[in-house]
Design a protein around this ligand. Structure first.
Ligand code: GDP
Ligand code: MG
Length: 162
């Protein structure tokens, strides 16, 4: 069976856009407004001859629970079912409480993790991406899911972690 790569992170960091980049199609639902539900979240993908399943997360509706807690809870489910986890953060915004909540879950899981610093659309934003070393999850891979910048290096790192 194919190994599972889960894409986690708070809403709007570009998880679904990155999933589309990884699968080379536009099937994951990209939304400006967080909280969109969808039924299909697993997609077959391959890179450098390695086949895997990529799982998009985050199609849950927000409820009375705190947003950070809700995100962490959903991330935990995805992380438990994954062989490798890709944490996506938005390099143009920096880290928020919601990011920290997911990082906590990830640390406890001890799963191999690849850190994607997304929305690095240009050279200038790479400096922002470097601040993500602070999360303590190793090297942040600067990527622009929307334009494809850096996605090859990120995919190399993902496949290496499988
Ligand atoms: P998700 O909630 O984490 O799945 O995020 P989405 O993939 O739905 O993207 C949220 C918003 O960020 C959308 O407006 C995307 O077009 C935008 N976005 C995603 N990736 C990038 C990127 O690399 N650069 C820029 N500038 N915007 C991006
Ligand atoms: Mg999404």
């Amino acid at each position: 069976t194919r190994p599972v790569v889960a894409i986690v992170g708070r809403p709007n960091v570009g998880k679904s856009t990155l999933v589309n980049r990884i699968i080379g199609r536009r099937e994951a639902v990209v939304q400006d407004i967080p909280g969109v539900t969808r039924d299909r979240i697993s997609y077959d993908a391959s890179w450098n001859g390695r086949d895997f399943v990529v799982v998009d997360t985050g199609g849950w509706a927000s409820d009375a629970k705190g947003m950070a807690a809700r995100i962490a809870e959903q991330a935990e489910l995805a992380i438990n079912a994954a062989d490798v986890v890709v944490l996506v953060v938005d390099a143009t915004v920096g880290t928020l409480d919601e990011d920290e909540a997911v990082v906590e879950v990830l640390r406890r899981s001890k799963k191999p993790t690849v850190l994607a610093a997304n929305k690095v659309d240009d050279q200038k934003t790479e400096l922002e991406a470097a601040t993500m070393w602070n999360l303590g999850l190793g090297q942040p891979w600067p990527v622009s899911a929307i334009h494809g910048r850096g996605s090859g290096d990120l995919l190399d790192a993902i496949v290496e972690a499988l």
